[in-house]
Design a binder for this molecule. Sequence first.
Ligand code: FES
Length: 452
Amino acid sequence: MAEYTIKVRRYQPDGEDVPRGPYWQEFEVELDPTLSVLDGLLQARDRDDGSLAVRCSCRAAICGSCGVKVNGQSTLACLTQIGEAHERANRMNGNGEVTGGDSEQGELSPAGGNPIVIEPMGNMPVLKDLVVDMESTHWEKMRRVTPWLLDDGDPPERERIVEPEAMVDITQTIACIQCGACVSACLSMEADPDFIGPAALAKAYRFVGDPRDVETRERLYDLAQDPHGIYDCTHCFSCVDACPKGVAPMDQIMRLRRAAGEEKINDRNNGHRHEIAFTKIIRKKGTLDEAELLQESYAAGVGGKLKPSKRAIVGLAQSMPTAVRGIKSGKMRSIPKLIPGVHHKLPGDAQEHVQRIYEHAEEHKTELNLYITGEEEILENAQGDEPPEAAETGAPDDRMGGGAGSLPRTDLVGGGAPGTQATDGVPTDRTELVDEGGARPTDQADREDEER
Ligand code: FES
């Protein structure tokens, strides 16, 4: 057992004895270091103040109820060990920053006794203490993306058979437990509360990538044209860091963008053209020529001569305040950087290295997801006859709980023999995931239906 101090940001909407609005309160708790921050909160509530509002249910990183910020990081309270949270708190300075690098390497604070700071999730209105209103933000945005399968309206006699390989692409999004940690951490949403956001866009990819959905182009068109849609993400990676299930919502947004590009959707946000311009310039020059970025984004293909269309002129004019802010903030550090043709060259053969990165990316453009990350052999195995090594281990990613839809690798990666049973009994050759409540083995489902 060890003693910890937890410092909770509280909020009483209509209390009489306490001031209305937010305030901080510290609690002393006594727990084994391997127990969770949620255990600490529940102990504080039981022993010290029964009015402390905390939302939780499963206590096992499955239900997604206990999203909070611990030491400034959006996460699940039940998935965060209190001993580790204490360590991290002690490596933070007064500004909430980890000193001396990452949380593992940071220096201990001289006092060594910083409290563990627990706050409600961000980007959502606080209802009481650590309970936020997920309805007005998270669920509202979730409904915005039509989070259900739009099939051809012609129900099959038995089921729709989907190739396992086709489902690999969306397994990562299916792992989402809707905890809202990514929404809480999203910096784009902080700047633009109307941004559809990482959770809802990851959910959108779940259906865009599903071969049974018949409205793929319509979905992509809608999300590309929306000024708060897929091109509103700024690649900050905060959602990737926050997600306790390895869904990597930003990656799903990038997949949506790629799919929109493949559909040749010419969005009114200039997002797709901007991306093309970005990659083209880096390929050519190795670093970003900001001046050429503007030109290429709005008038691509004019080869150094600015011949923008009417729409491009409007876009350029609208981008001027951003350019001015970039100069003022130091992002564009000198006026010459805004003059087309004036851009420094990379030293030595650095540009060739950049070229080689592009060539490698083009040769190996098949995208791997959470379940088959990083190793080409695994992908080859996944598409060939041999079950991949990773699948043989049957070990799901350690961030994956047993939540609805969090399927172990063996479910969907394997190119094994038809009927191969995964560890949870889901047949690998007959994946039917219409319902987000998790895949039931179809045979088991049939048996249940018969019993009923
Ligand atoms: Fe933490 Fe269910 S209580 S995810």
